[in-house]
Design a protein around this ligand. Sequence first.
Ligand code: MLT
Length: 264
Amino acid sequence: MPFAFINGFNMFYKEQGTNNVPVLFIHGFPLSSDIWDEQLNTLSNKTKVIAPDLRGFGKSEFTDVLYSMELFAYDLKSLLDSLNIKKVILAGLSMGGYIAFSFYRLFQTSVYAMMLIDTRAGADNEVGKKNRILLAQRARMGEKEKIVNEWVEKLLSSQTIKTKHDIVSKIRQIIFDTQSETIARVSLAMMERHDSTSLLKDITCPTLVMVGEEDKLTPVEEARLMASQIRNAKLEIIKHASHLTCIESPEQVNKALIKFLSDL
Ligand code: MLT
């Protein structure tokens, strides 16, 4: 799998399939492109799929800069430019959705369609902001093990945790492998992100909003509200999943993604 040297660092990305407008899968926090393995394997039979590790995550290099959702959006645009891709379908999960909103704000004409998965448009409230600062401090103090345990609980449904040990260990490993300084800087970057609520009415491309029925971080009601404010949005609620629908209920997610893509 290749690396692209863009914006002063080596970005790792997975690329499979051919034809059509590519789907760009943007992972959440504190994760990596490995969360999309089931989507890449299935969708690449039908279309081109690209899944990068964001700057500082997975196999992509960390750089000593101020992180922001816009920085990630610029990185993704540079990756697409380096691959000579003019139009893209964005599929962002959670933080990946925050980045998709930034990308849309900056490069609207390059966006053919969007899939907003287990994400929200609103900014953090005061309690949320305090928690981001606390997480950054704890990551820098070396509390990785505790952070891994807490995030597994937040990201996966209790049923997944009880019965799907392969998924739990995969997610544990991805979080454990994420550098503490990446966790710290990106936690603060999410705290500073724009409120994208007012953007929703201006989104004109076809959009799929997807959410796990048991999502504790970005609940169904938020997804429903978000979908109602986007002109061309469809809403899909994924059963037997919490926040990481793509890995907890991959068959249902893939079916919905394929249906959405074939209707475009
Ligand atoms: C994510 O999954 O990307 C994070 O839960 C997003 C967040 O903490 O707001």
